[in-house]
Ligand binder design. Structure first.
Ligand code: NAI
Length: 384
């Protein structure tokens, strides 16, 4: 692998993780942030993470020192002038990201790839503000970068195929798994995962079950690692609500993605989850017990959420947001689902899942529950 010099702008949660990853792969990394305190924190956190790996014997002490030595921390953008790639991980704001890219284009060589780690903004829109839009690409890492194996590559309409190929080659060499997503709101993972949260909230709002019982249904019946409410509390309700709202708005107010008042109220009350000690659960107290006995209720809840997730995956596949394989990989590696959703549909019976959706649609008469036309295509393809 050619040793290239990688610039990372934004030394927060994501930027420091990306810098550590690239340095571990042997690259010289230039990590830039406008905030000196953040830079100092990044320095300390990368060093701590590397020391921990050395203590566990996953790398030697000499390697830890060498990796750390390859990262150069700076508050000056101009050190990026010779970078071959710059990965941006600054604040989630199109105007600010675009200003940064304009500044970078004055500094770097024309062949330098400009990647954005945005989780929700349009890469087409960002590229359109650049002098050379063909070098811009979305590279969506997951948090924490060191542990999460997935990276979504999002080429804009303007992106050169060569730029995509280069990022695919390097990300693979860095030990991560790539998927390619069209530039649509939420890309693959953050879009297909929406019903995990929104349908759980809807079930709660209908008074069907409490948070603990809905969580228990998903972990006990379908083996998800965390139930939806525990997961939202872990992610932070402010972050989860913002993603939901942004996907809903960017999808022209698609009813499937409509945010919930329950979650909005929690955000307004600053019950943001684990980080504030209170969210759906109050972490100062013992957590409430779920209703573990009512198997019919638990199965009904778990299947309803699963059908909605499968519907979303089938729809993404039908409309070509990503390939079949990438949709499967994204959900198992980006959010640790126990099985790829399309494979899951086949295991349950695609027609069975379609009927599940039709029954919900029939009952509620809401567009939110309309089955994807992709079910019929999946069934037809199976019989070819
Ligand atoms: P963060 O708030 O931890 O870090 C952002 C850093 O950018 C801050 O240290 C800030 O000082 C710096 N910054 C802001 N404007 C700057 C500029 N013009 N030049 C240089 N530095 C600047 O944010 P986080 O969580 O690391 O997110 C960064 C990006 O990654 C966002 O686009 C976010 O949507 C995306 N993302 C975040 C994930 C997460 O779980 N936190 C997951 C995947 C993507």
């Amino acid at each position: 692998m050619k040793k290239i010099s990688i610039g990372v702008v934004g030394a927060g949660t994501m930027g420091s993780g990306i810098a550590q990853l690239a340095a571990t792969a042997g690259h010289d990394v230039l990590l830039v942030d406008v905030n000196d305190t953040v830079l100092q924190k990044a320095q300390a956190s990368v060093q701590k993470a590397l020391n921990r790996l050395a203590e566990k014997g996953q790398i030697s002490n000499a390697e830890a020192i060498a990796i750390f030595g390859r990262i150069y921390f700076s508050n000056e953008l101009k050190i990026l002038k010779d970078a071959h790639w710059v990965i941006e991980a600054i604040v989630e704001d199109l105007k600010i990201k675009s200003e940064l890219f304009n500044e970078l284009e004055k500094l770097v060589v024309d062949s330098c790839i400009l990647a954005s780690n945005t989780s929700s903004l349009s890469i087409n829109a960002l590229a359109s503000t650049c002098r050379i839009p063909s070098r811009v690409i979305g590279l969506h890492f997951f948090n924490p970068v060191a542990l999460m194996p997935l990276v979504e590559h999002i080429p804009a309409l303007q992106t050169d195929k060569e730029v995509l190929d280069t990022t695919l080659e390097y990300i693979q060499q860095w030990g991560k798994l790539s998927v390619i997503a069209k530039d649509t709101p939420g890309f693959i993972v953050n879009r297909i995962a929406r019903p995990y949260y929104s349908e759980a909230l809807r079930i709660y709002e209908e008074g069907i079950a409490d948070f603990a019982t809905i969580d228990y249904a998903m972990t006990s019946i379908h083996n998800f690692k965390m139930g939806p409410f525990a997961l939202m509390d872990f992610i932070g309700n402010d972050v989860n609500f913002a993603v939901t709202k942004s996907v809903w708005e960017a999808c022209f107010f698609e009813p499937r993605y409509k945010p919930s008042f329950t979650q909005r109220n929690l955000v307004s009350a600053k019950w943001l989850g684990k980080k504030t000690g209170r969210g759906y659960y109050n972490y100062a107290n013992d957590l409430p017990m779920p209703d573990q006995e009512n198997r019919i209720l638990l199965s009904g809840i778990a299947n309803r959420i699963l059908y909605m997730l499968i519907n979303e995956a089938v729809d993404a596949w039908y409309y070509g947001l990503a390939s079949y394989e990438d949709i499967e990989r994204a959900m198992t590696k980006g959010v640790n689902y126990p099985m790829g959703l399309l494979h899951w549909a086949k295991e349950l019976g695609i027609n069975h899942c379609l009927i599940g959706m039709e029954e919900l649609h029939q009952y509620y008469k809401e567009d939110r529950y309309r089955p994807s036309p992709g079910f019929k295509k999946l069934i037809a393809d199976l019989h070819v």
